[in-house]
Design a protein around this ligand. Structure first.
Ligand SMILES: [Zn+2]
Length: 647
């Protein structure tokens, strides 16, 4: 699957004076660019490609005298000054009519780590490295899911304009046609989809099976978050469809796989190697539209769908585990709670939102058991969060499509009465999941706006810890290990034996080892490998820097309390005393216990890697003062590292 890239524009202003960050230190021609970009942003507001996100990446030239901390600081200051200058210019260009506040700004400080000219020899070269990249992005302009948009287009083609192409993208012809439809129905011709327009479409054409469009509900769209390092795609994956069971599950699965980008030969291989048979129980329950949304939630390329990432050597899997296309089933099961979490954002009431999040966890467990019957493998899935329970009889107040799903799937425990059920609802409603739901839906307004992946104000964030003193002790221990290794005639510098010796995890000297401590997962269930069978041992704690233990523990507890164990479910560990890849003479950031690798099998470190991390996870780690490795010079999207005051 190749997600269609958003139309992006990139500009660079360069030539800041040495040690200066303010735009007045730029050449006049570069200052002019700022006014031109501002004018473009103002003009775009009247088009369908309005700039909604501006990402400013500040850079410094190498400054051996003042060092990396200074380089980093001044690169961030340059980006900040350009933001202020753009805001001024936008106000001027629009005669004060355009609120720059409508734009999401992302500021990234890279120091001297990504020079435009690698080996700057002259002052002219160095001046070109002192720069700010300006990325203009029409942000979350189209956060609707393709099966939903395809249905809207097919409906508009029938009732308004028969030549409208069914593309699955909310493109310009679709907006224009939607405007005509609104005019005909006496609605305000906004050319955007709102509840009244959707109800009118549903009345004009048969609603697609499973469309979740509750009365008094909302057309929820996840928004673009101002993250220091943005995931790709940048927004949380939307969900629109409840399960709509189908009797032709295999055909539905094939059609959906083609829709998300598998070629005919890829589909043939996928089916021949047991992929269709393994996901058939999921396809049978979900129907094609919800299945397509689940598959898109993976953020996988078609190559990854065909060969799902695993922590095992694909040629030597452990007994009972079949890798290849069939192992898409355990990964696809894990997308179910997230799908229902997003559906819950459309729910009209807290009661129905809690019910939907609950259904997600119950349905994942039920379908896991059906996958056992189809493939013989009983896969591990994380245990449900504390707010999940079977439903009481009578059912809590929910709409008819949700109650019929509960009844059809037999999710009722008739021994449970409503007061017992209320304990679970209150845990959700009075806890973090309910708070997140009210803020995301805008029921409770916030400065961040609706649709954000995480709201830091819902928790008491821990104070930032300075780890400099401890890190110096680890650096000394590493310098010692390096010196001993290089003095050994069996491991001369640069040799393969030297590389091996420095790349393995070794016990720390005792004076440094006592600086580490285990951090409890606090209920979060992580697996060391993926996929694994039910009943295997799980990771209950990881080793981290003692001074950071409260921060890691609170982070794990928050992820658990939010019910996000479906989004973080595997760890390759935290503290390891070894050299970096590919430069083994430098201590890995895991050496001092300030980093953790999660969902490692599908977020490998390599050039150009975007990985598959959910924006909610990136957002919560950033809120806890961690930096995400995807934006490192060699992207490492499994890696989160504590950055404290230096983020
Ligand atoms: Zn790492």
């Amino acid at each position: 699957m190749t997600p269609s890239p958003p139309a992006r524009r990139r500009a660079v202003v360069s030539g800041f004076m040495r040690h200066r960050a303010e735009p007045t230190s730029l050449p006049a021609s570069e200052r002019q660019k700022i006014s031109m970009i501002a004018a473009h942003i103002v003009r775009s507001a009247r088009s369908t490609r309005a700039v909604k996100l501006v990402r400013l990446v500040g850079h410094a030239d190498r400054d051996p005298g003042r060092g990396p901390a200074f380089e980093r600081r001044i690169s961030g200051q340059r980006a900040e000054y350009i933001r202020a200058a753009l805001l001024d210019a936008i106000e001027r260009a629009s005669g004060g009519k355009y609120a720059g506040a409508r734009i999401v700004w992302q500021i990234v400080a890279t120091g001297a780590s990504r020079p435009a000219i690698q080996t700057a020899r002259s002052e002219t070269d160095r001046a070109r490295n002192r720069r700010v990249e300006i990325w203009l992005d029409p942000g979350g302009a189209d956060p609707s899911s393709p099966p939903f948009v395809r249905w809207i287009q097919a409906c508009l083609a029938r009732v308004v304009q028969s030549r409208l192409a069914v593309t699955g993208r909310f493109d310009q012809p679709t907006r224009t046609t939607l405007g005509s439809f609104q005019t005909r129905r006496g609605l305000e011709p906004t050319s955007t989809l709102d509840m009244a327009t959707l109800s009118s479409l549903v009345a004009s054409c048969t609603g697609p099976p499973g469309l979740y469009c509750p009365q008094e509900g909302r057309l929820y769209s996840p928004a673009t978050a101002a993250l220091r390092c943005a995931p790709v795609p940048v927004t949380v994956t939307p969900a629109t469809f409840l399960p709509a069971p189908t009797r032709t599950a295999e055909d539905a699965a094939r059609a959906v796989l083609v829709q998300i980008g598998l070629s005919t030969p890829q589909l043939r291989t996928f089916a021949a190697r047991g992929g269709i048979a393994a996901i058939r129980p999921i396809a049978e329950e979900m129907g094609s539209a919800a299945l397509e949304e689940l598959l898109r939630r993976l953020r996988y390329t078609s190559e990854k769908i065909l060969s799902p990432p695993t922590t095992f050597d694909p040629d030597h899997p452990p007994p009972g585990i079949h890798l290849g296309p069939a192992s898409l089933a355990p990964r696809l099961l894990l997308t179910i709670p997230g799908h229902f979490r997003e559906l819950a954002r459309r729910a009209p009431t807290a009661s129905e939102a809690h019910a939907l999040e609950t259904i997600g966890w119950l349905l994942m467990a039920q379908l896991r058991d059906e996958v056992v019957r189809a493939t013989g493998s009983r896969w591990w899935v994380p245990a449900p969060p504390a707010f999940v329970t079977p439903f009481a009889n009578p059912l809590p107040p929910v709409g008819s499509d949700v109650s019929s799903l509960i009844i059809r799937r037999g999710m009722i425990d008739s021994t449970l009465d409503l007061s017992e059920y209320a304990v679970f609802f209150n845990a959700w409603n009075n806890g973090l999941p309910g708070a997140a739901w009210r803020l995301e839906t805008g029921i409770q307004p916030s400065a961040l706006g609706a649709g954000q992946p995480f709201y830091p104000q819902t928790i008491a964030l821990p104070a930032v810890v300075n780890t400099a003193a401890e890190r110096r002790q680890f650096d000394a221990a590493w310098a010692h290990r390096l010196a001993v290794t290089e003095a050994d005639p069996r491991t001369p510098r640069g040799s393969p034996a030297w590389r091996r010796a420095l790349s393995r995890d070794e016990p720390l000297p005792r004076n440094v080892a006592r600086l580490l401590s285990p951090a409890s997962m606090r209920g979060l269930e992580l697996s060391a490998n993926f996929p694994i069978l039910a009943g295997n041992r799980l990771v209950r704690s990881v080793t981290v820097l003692r001074a950071l233990e409260p921060i890691f523990t609170q982070l794990f507890q928050t992820i658990w309390a939010l019910g996000w164990n479906d989004l973080v479910y595997q760890t390759a560990g935290a503290a390891v005393f070894r050299g970096r890849r590919p430069r083994p003479q430098v201590m890995s950031n895991h050496g001092w216990g300030g980093a953790i690798d999660v969902n490692s099998h599908e977020n490998l470190q390599r050039a150009g890697s975007t990985g598959s991390m959910d924006p909610r996870i990136v957002a919560i780690f950033e809120a806890f003062s961690f930096v995400w490795g995807r934006c490192f010079p060699t992207p490492d999207p499994m890696h989160f590292e504590y950055c404290g005051t230096g983020c």
